[in-house]
Design a protein around this ligand. Sequence first.
Ligand code: E4P
Length: 220
Amino acid sequence: MKILLDTSDVQAIKRIAATFPVWGVTTNPAIVATGRVQLFDLLPAIRDALGGKGTLFAQVISSSVEGMITDAQKLYERVDNLVVKVPVTPKGLQVIKELSAQNIPTLATAVYGSAQGLLGILAGAKYVSPYVSRIDAQGGNGPEVVSELQSLLSMHAPESELIAASFKSPRQALECMLIGCKGITLSPEVFDLFLADPAVAIAVTQFEEKWKGAFSTDYL
Ligand code: E4P
């Protein structure tokens, strides 16, 4: 499965990518605003933090069809191995359809429902991102939407890929992994929480202490 980071924090990307094979990095205008670095300065820095590898995802910001297409073309021309994120709205669907005709890869984003996500894919997007915690916060069931969308994609668009997004806890991400989700994008904070149980460090220290208490020679 693919694990991506959902952040503009270049230092965090560098730190995590040094220890784990991060497949790519997702951003959106709000995430970029948090880092206060312009997109065309940020994306090369992210690529460097990934060691020159990885797939980058950046979102259009215009509200018109023409504007979104221009945003997408600029992003795609200037950054290698980039996928353009387009919200699944009536205009967004038109943009995804047009970008697909131009062979510009897209991710259907701002997905709150399985049928909405399927439409993004059928319009021509390669990837789709249901917003798990935002669906939960509305009183819906994020993992259930992910599960439905996975079933729809395997029936109607098996070449597409789901990258579940908007996680506020490791448990939400785990629930998606348990239902077979093949891609998730996590904030560095949620990624770090997978490794944050203090019992792990205590266990590792105990191994060393027990060994040293029994032998005065090298272990190997
Ligand atoms: C992913 O690509 C989305 O833009 C992102 O996960 C949304 O996350 P949020 O709900 O934390 O804003």
